[in-house]
Design a protein around this ligand. Sequence first.
Ligand code: ARG
Length: 461
Amino acid sequence: NEGSLWGARFASGPSPELQALSRSTQFDWRLAPYDIAGSKAHARALAAAGYLDDGELTTMVAGLDTLLTAVANGELVAADGDEDVHGALEGALISAVGPELGGKLRAGRSRNDQIATLVRLFLIDHADRIRALLVDLIDALAAQASSHGDAVMPGRTHLQHAQPVLLAHHLLAHCWPMVRDIERLADWGRRVDASPYGSGALAGNTLGLDAELVATELGFSRVVENSIDGTASRDVVAEFAFIAAQIGIDLSRVAEEIILWNTREFGFVRLDDGFSTGSSIMPQKKNPDIAELARGKAGRLIGNLTGLLATIKALPLAYNRDLQEDKEPVFDSVDTLEVLLPAFTGMVATLRFDIDRMAELAPQGFSLATDVADWLVRQRVPFRDAHEISGALVRYCEENGLELHEVPDGEMAAISLHLTAEVREVLTVDGSIASRDGAGGTAPVRVAEQLAALTQRVRDL
Ligand code: ARG
């Protein structure tokens, strides 16, 4: 079992079946640069504790740098017999600097503290990328909001016309959850910012290695407090997978609306050719595939999270090989978001809104009925009565095929003497929207403030 990390106490090598099951290089090889960074930091700790002299450290670090280059340009890849990235790189180091020196690196560390550290480093890097991609998406939504300052649309609850709102208000409503996702990543960043290196297999190491030194070299601000926790916990991985799933869900809600808006029945948006797809059989089709993929991938992201949680559930301390199953789901979540977000942002940035269509529909479906009730309250009619009167007006309209503003004065008076002609001032979409000027409301002045606040918040993130 030459080249393996653990052959000596075994009379025979691993069976091919075991090797096939055990092998993780097909997905953990992407951790190689982090493994090498960890090894360099660990070599420095070994030198600081007197286990490597200056010359050995220099040779070791140079050897590791050679590996890094060889990994980057694809010259060094895992061999079939390699169990995991750690073993493969140790073998490569031994080839580079010789068995005598190469064999010293593994002192005082375990693959258990290594892998726990590497997965954190990987996620920290990708959290930064995902954060930047989310900012791009927020910017695209905010730009659409700002270029449609006074466009109106039917606001909905239960997917039914409810009250008219500004299109900008609606678009910005999709931005705030994404702002919170970025804040979640930052908050997660505080918890993940502790290095498990030095925890050893589970109980810590005996060699007096400076774990702080390793942590600092790797960019962590501290070391984990408990070596068992350091090697056995994966809650920070699960939490990352949750944030990724939440991002997917937030995108899926935008996606679902774009899919609806892009139907002939809605006709609210048109997709740019570069961000929509055709049909192989129906020449007329222009499909919202990006939005549909976003909706679908939200399911995949949720699956990654739930799979990971199921792996961790009831796992006894400390390290168990089950934990190797943490990587594929969370890597998949990272890859999914990194390929999805740019396409999604492009689709949003190039959407064209049919604001005339939206304006035409905004007052329909008696969406101004609440405005009638509120107007009555301002005339000091108790809201309970106001609701009744306004409801009776809606029923009259429905029975007579009229919109609210089309009811003649006399008929209004017949419904209630409180319904004087002055009520007509709120029976316009613009009047309705302008009157919703309470905190966070859809009035243009509030939405302009909101856009400024969002821009500032994103800048501060
Ligand atoms: N490849 C393992 C993982 O991804 C790390 C190796 C630990 N293996 C072990 N037998 N202790 O979790």
